[in-house]
Design a protein around this ligand. Structure first.
Ligand code: 4FV
Length: 243
């Protein structure tokens, strides 16, 4: 059964170019995923089609209102009997990473809620109990780009989406290390050669060099990941030692 992805947004037109291109498009063409856009403004009931209002207690900006979001979620969920994993994109959420992408890729249905303005009325979170997900510690003008990031990272993990030419064999972060440096033709460019080991055809030596490169890069560039990697290695050795 293809993964169903519902997207609730005030700007559905933003998604066509991204979901209609490259791997997200190919995955849909292969019937491995389906995308369903819902415009939250379609559920506004007043003459001005309002979806936001001033914050109680004062302060700058506007807040997305409960009724339109609850009605939009109910309408989207009614389109398919499968229960959806509700995800609300917000800077207050769990920071998105490869492990969460792998977790979401195992779901049968995702419902992504993209906000705008200062954010959502808190009762949307209390009432709909979505998983709050952040793509990083910075403030976007809307949740749409964050939703696209999550969709791209999840869809490429679906079985049958990526062929060998697309890689994903030894995926970055899969084991907590950064990727090794890649090279392709021309062999020599503007005086820059490529590492000899890659030309020797000795696959064991190439694999050894690539792992060493991954470790070195991770240690230098991402001490947080390196720490986690060493801890995981230690745990694995510990478990291996236990009778
Ligand atoms: C965001 C993030 C993000 C905050 C208010 C849109 C904006 C408005 N979403 N990861 N970082 N959202 O900045 O996910 O709702």
């Amino acid at each position: 059964m293809p993964l169903r992805i519902d997207i609730l947004t005030l700007f559905p037109e933003m998604f066509q170019p991204v979901l209609g291109t490259s791997i997200p498009k190919r995955a849909a063409d292969k019937g491995l995923v389906s995308y369903h856009l819902t415009n939250v403004r379609d559920f506004a009931t007043d003459a001005h089609k309002s979806v936001d209002d001033r914050p109680f207690g004062g302060g700058p900006g506007m807040v997305m209102m409960c009724p339109v979001v609850f009605d939009a979620v109910a309408a989207a969920e009614a389109q398919d009997p499968r229960p959806a994993r509700r995800i609300l994109l917000s800077p207050q959420g769990r920071v998105f990473d490869q492990r969460l992408a792998e977790e979401l890729a195992r779901e049968q249905r995702l419902l992504l809620i993209a906000g705008h303005y200062e954010g959502f009325d808190e009762r949307i979170i209390e009432g709909l109990r979505p998983m709050e997900v952040s793509i990083g510690d910075y403030v976007l003008s809307g949740g749409e780009l964050a939703a696209m990031v999550v969709i791209d990272a999840v869809v490429r993990l679906l079985p049958g989406v990526l062929g060998h030419q697309d890689g994903a064999a030894d995926e970055t972060f899969a084991d907590g290390l950064l990727e090794f440096p890649q090279y392709t033709r021309p062999r020599e460019f503007r005086g820059m050669p490529i590492p000899e080991v890659l030309l020797g055809g000795n696959h064991a030596a190439i694999a050894k060099w690539r792992l060493q490169q991954r470790k070195e890069r991770t240690r230098q560039r991402r001490p947080d990941l390196w720490r986690a990697y060493l801890d995981k290695q230690q745990q694995q050795q510990q478990t291996a030692r236990e009778p």
